[in-house]
Design a binder for this molecule. Structure first.
Ligand SMILES: Cc1cc2nc3c(=O)[nH]c(=O)nc-3n(C[C@H](O)[C@H](O)[C@H](O)COP(=O)(O)O)c2cc1C
Length: 331
């Protein structure tokens, strides 16, 4: 048997497979089920800024007032599942007491002031780490990417100064210069970077002529972007890397580790198959089998083997591959 123990955010994990924030990481019962199935850690369902300002009962009213279009739709889509701030802490406490695996709390925040106090409560309640879900739709044409990034780095730094537990950040896909931004977060002291969040997909109901948003599940096809960015970022940052998005099999987890991720995270695959325990078992068994087959005794023997190392002039492997692929298409 290969040794698949690892570390993430300074926490010891029995293997590199984490259940990312989602419906199954909301209740003590389902988190215990994930632990029994072999998952190494869980990221709890996020609490949103809008929930900090209003308990669930008054949340509809709060949503109509000051909230981003994204958060509005997100919360509406799943309102019954949303918890108020005190209930979130009670749930965190219950989950922490029920399982032995590391429990990572998660919050989606916009403004610094509210988050500092709440992060302290999350840490006091016993979370092993906190993932800041930085998803934000930049719909304000007056706000530049520099401003948004500076605000986030400032927020992250403030939370890091406030609590002793490790802080990870979960990013969304679209940045003009992701490495520069991630390096700022790294220098601010984040212990982990999660690539990437997957949120509501915009769709159009052509009968009712309405835009609608719905949480939907991923397919393995979405893994490519995470693999690329993990491979690029691995050499630039000290923080751990978690890949979230499109890991559906043991092979996908192996790919994530090969490009330099410390852990792979799963959400959709746990919902797409009826038996979550079996899915987790299959992923971990496949990882073990692959390692034995390749003669790797532990994860460090191959982790990051396929990270990109020739990027310093901005024209290395990445550009070479692009040029090669593009020219082959037209010749
Ligand atoms: C129904 C649903 C709810 C989710 N809720 C959250 C959440 O509260 N916070 C968060 O950071 N990510 C949330 N996610 C995103 C997942 O944690 C994960 O990053 C994303 O689904 C990509 O991973 P996957 O391809 O394994 O599903 C949610 C995803 C789904 C499908």
């Amino acid at each position: 048997m290969a040794n698949i123990e690892t570390r993430y955010l300074g926490l010891h994990l029995k293997n590199p497979l984490i259940a990312s924030s989602g419906p199954l990481t909301r209740q003590p019962g389902s988190v215990a089920m994930l632990e029994d199935a072999g998952i190494a850690a869980v990221v709890l369902r996020s609490i949103f800024e809008e929930q900090i300002t209003a308990e669930t009962s008054s949340m509809y009213a709060a949503l109509e007032n000051e909230t981003s279009a994204f958060a509005l739709e997100y919360l509406r889509a799943d309102l019954p599942g949303q918890l108020g701030p005190e209930e979130y802490l009670r749930r965190l406490d219950a989950i922490r007491k029920r399982v032995k695996i590391p429990v990572i709390a998660s919050c989606n925040c916009l403004s610094k002031a509210k988050w500092i106090a709440y992060a302290r409560k999350i840490a006091q309640t016993g979370a092993d780490a906190l993932e800041l879900n930085l998803y934000h739709m930049p719909v304000d044409p007056e706000e530049t990417s520099e401003q948004i990034e500076a605000r986030n780095v400032d927020l992250v730094r403030a939370v890091i100064n406030e609590v002793k537990i490790p802080i990870a950040v979960k990013l969304s896909y679209h940045y003009t210069a992701l490495p520069a931004y991630v390096r700022k977060l790294d220098r601010a002291g984040v212990k982990g970077v999660v690539l990437f969040n997957r949120f509501l997909q915009t769709d159009v109901d052509i009968n009712r002529e309405r835009i609608f948003y719905a949480p939907n599940y991923s397919s393995p096809n979405v893994l490519h972007s995470q693999l690329r960015w993990a491979a690029v970022l691995r050499n630039f940052i000290h923080a751990d890397i978690g890949i979230s998005g499109g890991i559906h099999s043991g092979d996908d987890l192996v790919k994530a580790l090969l490009v330099g991720a410390n852990v792979g995270m799963i959400c959709s695959v746990l919902h797409l198959h009826p038996d979550a325990s079996r899915t987790i078992n299959q992923i971990l068994t496949r990882l073990q089998e692959w390692m034995v087959d390749k003669g790797y005794a532990d994860l460090d023997a191959f982790r990051g083997k396929l990270r990109e190392t020739n990027l310093h002039d901005g024209r290395g492997f990445e550009r070479a591959q692009y040029v090669k692929a593009a020219t082959e298409l037209f010749t």
